[in-house]
Design a protein around this ligand. Structure first.
Ligand SMILES: Cc1ncc(COP(=O)(O)O)c(C=O)c1O
Length: 501
């Protein structure tokens, strides 16, 4: 465990805070989050960490751990779905957690149900493997999607459905609504059609219009709204917007526990799904004497393979109640105030030549975006700093940010203007063994630097975090990318390709 002394407040901090709170009154209006940071999230300041990776994983409050631990320490719980007392007690809590998830997202139980999964990817796989893709039908999705949404295309292709990607465009990495509607309008309504998009991009922070869900329904599509990056800092009200499938991961919302996600699904959409197998816990009966004989339990249970993560499910309700007590709108308001300030400051940072230091991929204003910012740092000559050097320098200051492509190759390809032809050569012959190797190979071959830095804010973020981060960025003003002290070893493959050129 890292134990350091809290960082001292830098010079200029007090004046900057006063200016920030005057211009972003929403921040101070939710000062109860400052109190919480000092208690429930005190470990951040106690250890000196600046945590800026909430889209990677949310942070838990200490009170969540205590409540969960007390529950486990003071009760005897058995595997649910049996009639013995310890099992019944557990079944009761699992069903309570399920109901609470619906309540949190304002989803009518007559319309939606909750399937517990290991994570958002598990929820997405359930949809992919069970959706009745067929020739004549379609799978349409944005370029801007997590790989776990991209991966559904393999199920679609295997079953003969056409896959239609809808590009996003620079500089904002958005897809204009007419472009989306043009694709949606071409569906054969007699066939199964699935349209997938993220409510918020895990790459750029862009929030795509939730109204697309209704437009898609009107054109005969089922809608998969990826809620993983959106739900931690935004209200998702399923009485107002009614996607058919909403995958999410709870650790992204309240940090603990990991290993539990959900698929919120409309009953009528669930009825369309055809499971490719059955497992313990999902069937009423089967027989070994008749190979085709098994009957799936109706509803969510038919999709929860084996034993659910039962001891952790009560912690989901504890986490949701924690977020409700703070107020998701308060979290949203704070995060957006901090994001607004960050965008202003980051875009203003410049070298003495006047050349900007920060190049943001995605919107530089707060409209229709969340608190995730993707960017690269450019030196005065226009060369990008190697992301590994920035990451290493940030780590020295206990700043947690994320680098790479964030499992969102579509936004990455558009952000870095990578063409299909440039990507093609990595899919013939032996593939690169890692993202780093791909990065080095592509850099040598094209001079492009397909890597991105990403920061993201969440429930416990405060002004001190973003102030420290901007101070860290300022250190790179007037520095040359080639002069940074730590140089990553070029991979063998990169050296071979360079030598062969
Ligand atoms: C938008 C989005 N969708 C899906 C996922 C997959 O989530 P998990 O890794 O928890 O399955 C993520 C993870 O970062 C994400 O940001």
């Amino acid at each position: 465990m890292t134990q350091t002394t809290p960082r001292p407040l830098p010079t200029g901090y007090a004046a900057a805070l006063t200016d920030f709170t005057r211009r972003y009154p929403d921040y101070a209006a939710h000062a109860h989050l400052d109190a919480l940071r000092a208690t429930d999230y005190a470990r951040l300041d106690r250890t000196g960490h600046v945590y800026l990776d909430y889209t990677g994983g949310g942070l838990y409050a200490e009170s969540q751990l205590r409540k969960h631990h007390e529950l486990l320490a003071n009760n005897v719980f058995g595997n649910p779905h049996s009639q013995n007392p310890t099992s019944l007690a557990m079944t009761h809590l699992v069903e309570e957690a399920r109901a609470y998830v619906l309540h949190f997202f304002n989803a009518d139980p007559a319309e939606y149900t909750v399937i517990f999964t290991p994570n958002a990817s598990g929820a997405l796989k359930l949809v992919g493997e069970s959706y009745p893709f067929a020739p004549g039908g379609r799978y349409a999705l944005l370029y801007d999607n997590h790989n776990s949404v991209n991966g559904i295309r393999e199920f679609a292709r295997a079953r003969g459905a056409a896959v239609s990607y809808i590009p996003v465009s620079l500089p904002d990495l958005r897809a204009p609504t007419p472009r989306v509607l043009a694709v949606l309008a071409t569906a054969d309504r007699a066939q199964p059609n699935l349209f997938a998009f993220p409510a918020q991009s895990n790459f750029s922070g862009v929030q795509h219009p939730l109204e697309w869900a209704e437009a898609a329904h009107a054109h005969g599509w089922d809608v998969l709204l990826d809620g993983a990056a959106f739900t931690p800092t935004n209200r998702l009200d399923l009485s107002r917007v009614k996607p058919d499938f909403v995958p999410l991961s709870f650790y992204k919302i309240f940090g603990y526990p990991t290993g539990v996600g959900a698929l919120l699904v409309r009953h009528h959409a669930l009825a369309k799904l055809r499971r490719p197998w059955f497992a313990g816990g999902t069937i009423t009966i089967t027989s070994v004497q008749g190979e085709g004989w098994h009957s799936l339990i109706p509803g969510a249970a038919g999709f929860e393979d084996g034993t659910v993560n039962y001891l952790n499910l009560p912690a989901v309700e504890i986490g949701l109640r924690h977020i409700e007590a703070i107020g998701i709108d308060a979290i949203h308001a704070r995060v957006m105030a901090l994001t607004g300030w960050l965008l202003e400051q980051m875009t203003a940072l410049a070298h003495s030549s006047g050349a900007p230091l920060v190049h943001i991929f995605g919107p530089t204003q707060t409209e229709a975006r969340g608190g995730t910012i993707a960017f690269t740092l450019r030196d005065p000559t226009g060369e990008d700093f190697d992301f590994r050097r920035i990451e290493a320098a940030a780590a020295e200051r206990l700043i947690s940010l994320r680098t790479g492509c964030f499992c969102n190759p579509g936004d990455g390809e558009v952000a870095h203007s990578l063409t299909r032809a440039e990507m093609a050569c990595y899919f013939t012959g032996a593939p690169p063994s890692s993202f780093y190797e791909f990065y080095d190979l592509l850099h040598v071959a094209t001079g492009k630097t397909p890597s991105t830095l990403r920061i993201s804010l969440g429930v416990a973020s405060n002004f001190a975090d973003v102030y420290a981060f901007v101070g860290f960025l300022r250190e790179f003003c007037d520095r040359r990318a080639a002069d940074l002290p730590w140089a990553p070893e070029p991979t063998l493959a990169a050296v071979r390709q360079r030598d062969a050129a």
